[in-house]
Design a protein around this ligand. Structure first.
Ligand code: AMP
Ligand code: MG
Length: 481
């Protein structure tokens, strides 16, 4: 037996006072079986993949044994869910094992998700079933490969235990890695309790961990706003719909977190909603920036007591920071979409040019991913019901590319690097989950391998770029529980 410690833990969240968390161990499961291990990520964390694959490693990834140096805990947080205030949420089915310093010197959380009940479970069983575990594994790793800040998936383990949902389903545990698991809702938890001391400690912790250049809570607010603006702009650029942008799912370090009923759009339409629990379209594709601003306003109000002793001055400064979101987002969005149409320099009218294309795409229900990918390959016209409209746009675009003046080769390269050929299409994710529930993991492994190269796929992966046929279309995704 290998006696080296699996993880070189260096825990900082556990050192915060008791009211930040509940200490407890994962609940063991009957028959752990490793489904997937992310070797590259393991190495990046300074871990040995072979050791993680051993029975001792798998027992840890299942929550059956605690690795040396772990200080397991469930984090306390609150949040607005679909706009409604919930004073206590917290990790109801996740347990932080500890933190490691990765090979780049970055602090990373190692968390088990689906690892049994905690004091924050409320009515839940603390478990996850295989479907959402594989969905999060696939989509979070795809996001990473797309260059979008995100939590990561280190491993998935089948538990050998049933989980009761609408039906009986196979249970699983995901090992999630994140730069932290601190959410806007973590700040809200303490702000709602008027626990200024805890708020100050949390702000200091977040500054040290995520924003070492920030000197004041106001700097922190500006930095979080900036990262969220960029993050949401990147989501928009790949047609990603988070699905549950509650404040407890809004990460203060600017990572995409809590993949529940999320999805990538196939046909472009700004009002697209997938989540079966989002009945009013609160978190539709086009509303994401507005919702991010709303979440950030909740964050700002938590920080008010730390910003200035004078409440009026603090509110004014916080408000000014929030008012800046719109411009930051607009600039980030333009950067993302300018590259998608092959441009680098800035010109007035670019936003308009991009918007005109999006309007044509919406009218034609053009596939979001493939239309942009095709622009660089000159084969886009067939996507459009109104080809004349596209021809007008293309003429203006060609003129604009000429003014950008970098030559066709460079422009095509910009577009190839900004427009993925592969995204985790919903019908493929569903297909993978169905096969996995039936015991066949081959489609899961094939899809994750292909999605690791979204901009430059292997020729064998081309079929994964195909949009769903009408019969394959997935119109709703269900909550991550
Ligand atoms: P989520 O939708 O995953 O962001 O979760 C929202 C809240 O519900 C969090 O406090 C979760 O910990 C909790 N939760 C979700 N599923 C479960 C479950 N199966 N058991 C216990 N708590 C859960
Ligand atoms: Mg959540």
């Amino acid at each position: 037996m290998d006696t080296r410690p699996l993880f070189g833990f260096d825990n900082s969240y556990a050192a915060l006072p008791d009211r930040f968390h509940a200490r407890l161990s994962p609940t063991p499961v009957r028959a752990p079986d490793l489904i997937a291990l992310n070797d590259d990520l393991a190495r990046e964390l300074g871990l040995d993949p072979a050791q993680l694959r051993s029975p001792e490693g798998i027992a840890v990834l299942a929550g059956n044994t605690l690795p040396d140096g772990a200080d397991p805990l469930a984090q306390a947080y609150a949040g607005h869910q679909f706009g409604g205030w919930v004073p206590q949420l917290g990790d109801g089915r996740a347990i932080l094992l500890g933190e490691v310093i990765d090979t780049h010197g970055q602090r990373r959380d190692v968390q088990l998700k689906g690892s049994g009940p905690t004091p924050f479970s409320r009515m839940g069983d603390g478990r996850a079933w295989l479907g959402p575990v594989l969905r999060e594994y696939i989509v979070s790793e795809a996001m990473h490969a797309l260059g979008i800040p995100t939590t990561r998936a280190l491993a998935a383990v089948a538990t050998g235990e049933p989980v009761l949902r609408e039906t009986v389903l196979p249970g699983a545990v995901l090992t999630r890695v994140a730069s932290s698991h601190i959410r806007v809702g973590t700040f809200q938890f303490f702000a709602a309790r008027q626990d200024i001391e805890a708020l100050r400690m949390l702000a200091d912790h977040v500054i040290a961990r995520h924003y070492p250049d920030a000197e004041t809570p106001l700097d922190l607010l500006h930095a979080v706003i900036d990262r969220q603006a960029r993050l949401v702009a990147q989501w928009m650029g790949v047609g990603f719909i988070h699905g549950v942008m509650n404040t407890d799912n809004c990460h203060v370090g600017g990572e995409t977190i809590d993949y529940g009923p999320c999805a990538f759009m196939d046909a472009y339409h700004p009002e697209t909603v997938f989540s079966s629990i989002d009945r009013f379209g609160r978190y539709a594709y086009a509303r994401q920036p507005e919702i991010a601003a709303w979440n950030l306003a909740q964050f700002a109000s938590c920080l008010v007591p730390l910003i200035d002793e004078d409440a009026d001055r603090a509110v004014a400064a916080a408000q000014k920071a929030i008012d800046g979101f719109g411009d930051l987002y607009a600039a980030a969005w333009l950067n993302v979409f300018r590259a998608k149409i092959g441009l680098t320099a800035t010109e007035d009218g670019d936003a308009d040019l991009i918007q005109r294309l999006l309007t044509l795409m919406a009218e034609a229900e053009a596939d979001f991913t493939n239309t942009f990918r095709a622009l660089g390959e000159g084969v886009t016209r067939k996507e459009f019901i109104n080809p004349a409209g596209f021809d007008d746009w293309e003429k203006d675009w060609t003129d604009r590319l000429a003014r950008d003046g970098r030559g066709a080769e460079a422009q095509a390269a910009t577009m190839r690097a900004a427009n993925p050929a592969l995204i985790p299409r919903n019908h493929r994710v569903e297909e993978v989950i169905t096969a996995a529930v039936g015991g066949d993991l081959a489609p899961f492994h094939r899809l994750t391998a292909a999605l690791a190269r979204p901009f430059d796929p292997e020729p064998e992966a081309r079929d994964l770029a195909r949009p769903p046929d009408p019969g394959e279309r997935v119109t709703a995704t269900f909550c991550g529980t």
